[in-house]
Design a protein around this ligand. Structure first.
Ligand code: ADP
Ligand code: MG
Length: 321
């Protein structure tokens, strides 16, 4: 560990110029609070998510991966709402001020913020067990945000990308499973570097009746849509977009119940089904798959043999169980 620093020198050295300056920011890091403009006809979408060492990431996770993921999980919430990222605040709690940790953390945060067009406009720095809290703000044309409410019977349920990879990555790190080398690398990458699906913004604004990002597993997160929309669903296990290993091992629980994939689950009217093929042709890196449809009530998982009532299946990760 190199030289310790006080709070103010940490802020000025590492966190005073992160990301891209936003024209709507009137006052950024350094005053008692930040001041930002909201352009006319736009609405502000805000969210916050905290990552705690040992709970949201394994203790040995690198500073660069922690910074990336803290921002990515917040960006994923904006992606689910179809909002454009604008700025963020950082509440950082550190056990000690270690330049060897702070430098890669700040560099990764800066790189990620620039990649997604975000500016760091303020925060808080404290001493304690490692925790990284981010509050994020994004913009959406008035009324065009997407919520969990709005799905209706007959809608198709779509998910982006592949499900289960992050869960496999975590299980591999915890020595619960052994994966082929290349897949192991892919899955650890999925766990440490989830890609917020902001590119879905236009598709969601045009076609989605409801959307959520998958942080706790498809079943748990789809359940939020169903509850908010007051309807049910049938999900077809054999339509889940999963890698070959999951198919061969029939390890579908990773796609259904493991968290951390940060893919998007959304619903669209069946009449818009042709839009899926169109989207997939243009976006091979963010393919959408139909995994089921919305029904009047109840949850069913069709696993090829029998229907499973999802209410009896383990729900996603709950912090206060
Ligand atoms: P106050 O005591 O008024 O709350 P602080 O001393 O906590 O102010 O913070 C001083 C300035 O530095 C504020 O503008 C705050 O937003 C910013 N700041 C503090 N910590 C961070 C951080 N980790 N990242 C970015 N900005 C920070
Ligand atoms: Mg403060």
């Amino acid at each position: 560990m190199t030289k310790a620093r006080d709070e103010f020198s940490i802020i000025s050295r590492y966190f005073s110029a992160i990301g891209d300056a936003d024209p709507n920011t009137l006052l950024s890091v350094g005053d008692d609070a930040a001041v930002v403009d909201i352009p006319a006809q736009m609405q502000l979408v805000v969210s916050t998510d905290t990552l705690i060492s040992g709970i949201h990431f394994p203790q040995e996770t690198s500073a660069a991966d922690i910074a990336y993921k803290a921002l990515a999980v917040n960006l994923s919430d904006l992606a689910a709402m179809a909002a454009d990222p604008a700025w963020f605040l950082l509440s950082l709690t550190l056990p000690h001020s270690d330049d060897d940790w702070l430098r890669p953390f700040a560099d990764s945060l800066n790189q990620t913020a620039q990649q997604y067009g975000l500016e760091l406009i303020g925060g808080d720095t404290c001493r304690g067990s490692l925790s990284v809290g981010i509050q994020i703000g994004g913009l959406v044309p008035a009324g065009q945000y997407i919520t969990r409410k709005g799905a209706s019977p007959g809608d198709l349920i779509l998910v982006s990308g592949e499900l289960g990879n992050a869960g496999l990555g975590l299980a591999s790190i915890q020595h619960k499973i052994e994966l082929p080398e290349a897949l192991d690398a892919t899955c650890r990458q999925a766990l440490n570097r989830p890609r917020p699906r902001l590119q879905l913004q236009s598709f969601l604004r045009q076609f989605a009746s409801a959307a959520i990002d998958i942080s706790d597993g498809l079943q748990a997160d789809l359940a939020h849509i169903l509850k908010s929309s007051n309807c049910g669903a049938t999900v077809y296990q054999d339509q889940l977009p999963v890698n070959q290993w999951i198919q061969q091992q029939a390890a579908y629980e990773y796609a259904l119940n493991a968290g951390d994939d940060y893919e998007i689950c959304c619903c669209i009217a069946a009449a818009n089904e042709t839009q899926i093929g169109r989207w997939n042709q243009d976006h091979p890196d963010c393919r959408l798959s139909v995994v089921g449809h919305i029904t009047d009530s109840g949850y069913l998982l069709d696993n090829g043999e029998s229907d499973v009532d999802l209410a009896t299946v383990a729900a996603g990760y709950q912090h206060f169980d």
